[in-house]
Design a protein around this ligand. Structure first.
Ligand SMILES: Nc1ncnc2c1ncn2[C@@H]1O[C@H](COP(=O)(O)OP(=O)(O)OP(=O)(O)O)[C@@H](O)[C@H]1O
Ligand SMILES: [Mg+2]
Length: 312
């Protein structure tokens, strides 16, 4: 069963043709229950707009979506009772403690005290719960927002850049919370710019660019789809020159490690033979798996082939 399904979801801001912005353009993806789904894209690519439509703060101008299979105003209203979302840092009261802020949020949601303590525990704020919100670090504020989101024990958690602006320690804390939630069987849909982070925490990703999905799937699929190899030889210049001319290499680039080439046939024996024929003897030849960041940079800058040269 899926938690989210969008079909040709579209949002155009403004009605006047000249001034309107097509922020989200026929976006279709499926998030299955239990997935940790990373929604990646450069600034202005339409992530927040998509999330806004899912949580109901932005009205689509085309296409649609369902949550847990439910659609239509009434269906979505019911389904959203199973959804928790953190969009921006919510309006907490600065002079009240973290715990009292959660009590207020819990009162609105009709949630009892034990659950407040559980949520504080989940985000690692139990020891600081009696301190005033205004004394919290940015990371603590973001974790309190997560705690507020978790009060109603949602099955689907939607987060817009949950680790935005945090230092490595803060990012790690968020990562651990997301992992804990995933271990408890929650479905998590998060937007992010932190590619290494998404690669570590997410099972699935979709990459959006100019409002359109350019690739999506399991993380391993998205980064491991090609048949790339890493080659090394004593004379890197000669190796790079030869590979550039090699007909089976659809793309190639140099890195500090050697030469990375995408082979159309994946035939390693032929590469070795070809290079030897040019007087180049390999000291290293191994499959190469690009990082999600490399794939992302290639795709979002407009390259069709994820193996074309990457700015390092
Ligand atoms: N209320 C609005 N009115 C008009 N245009 C908008 C509005 N909100 C967003 N946009 C435009 O829609 C596009 C997508 O914006 P959106 O905020 O969804 O991107 P994003 O991927 O979340 O970016 P970021 O990574 O910077 O948060 C941008 O061109 C933006 O300028
Ligand atoms: Mg945004």
């Amino acid at each position: 069963m899926h938690a989210i399904q969008t079909f040709d979801l579209t949002k155009r801001y403004g009605t006047r043709a000249v001034k309107s912005v097509l922020a989200v353009d026929r976006v279709s993806f499926v998030v299955e229950q239990g997935q940790v789904f990373g929604f990646l894209g450069p600034n202005g690519s339409g992530k927040t707009t998509t999330i806004g439509m899912l949580v109901g703060t932005i009205k689509p101008t085309g296409g649609g979506f369902d949550l847990f299979g439910a659609s239509g105003p009434e269906g979505l209203l019911n389904a959203r009772a199973r959804v928790g979302a953190t969009l921006e840092t919510p309006n907490f009261y600065p002079y009240m403690s973290g715990r009292d802020n959660l009590r207020i949020a819990a009162g609105v949601k009709g949630v009892g005290r034990p659950r407040i303590e559980e949520c504080l525990e989940l985000v690692g704020l139990s020891a600081r719960a009696k301190h005033r919100f205004k004394t919290y670090s940015l990371g603590m504020k973001q974790r309190l927002a997560l705690a507020a989101t978790m009060l109603s024990d949602p099955e689907l958690i939607i987060l817009d850049e949950p680790a935005n602006g945090l230092d490595p320690q803060g990012i790690r804390e968020i990562r651990e919370i997301i992992r804990t939630l995933a271990d408890r069987g929650k479905t998590i849909f998060l937007s992010s710019h932190l590619l290494a982070e998404v690669e570590r925490t997410c099972s699935h990703v979709a990459i959006i660019r100019n409002g359109r999905i350019v690739t999506s799937g399991a993380v391993a699929e998205v980064v491991g789809g090609g048949s790339a190899v890493l080659l090394r030889a004593e004379d890197t210049d000669a190796l790079a020159g030869a590979m550039e001319a090699y007909p089976d290499a659809s793309s190639m680039r140099r890195t500090g490690e050697g030469v990375i080439a995408a082979l159309e046939s994946g035939d390693l024996a032929s590469v070795t033979r070809y290079l030897a024929g040019h007087g180049i003897y390999l000291s290293h030849l191994a499959p190469y798996r690009p990082s999600l960041e490399e794939v992302f940079i290639d795709i979002t800058r407009g390259a069709v082939d994820p193996m074309t040269e990457i700015a390092s």
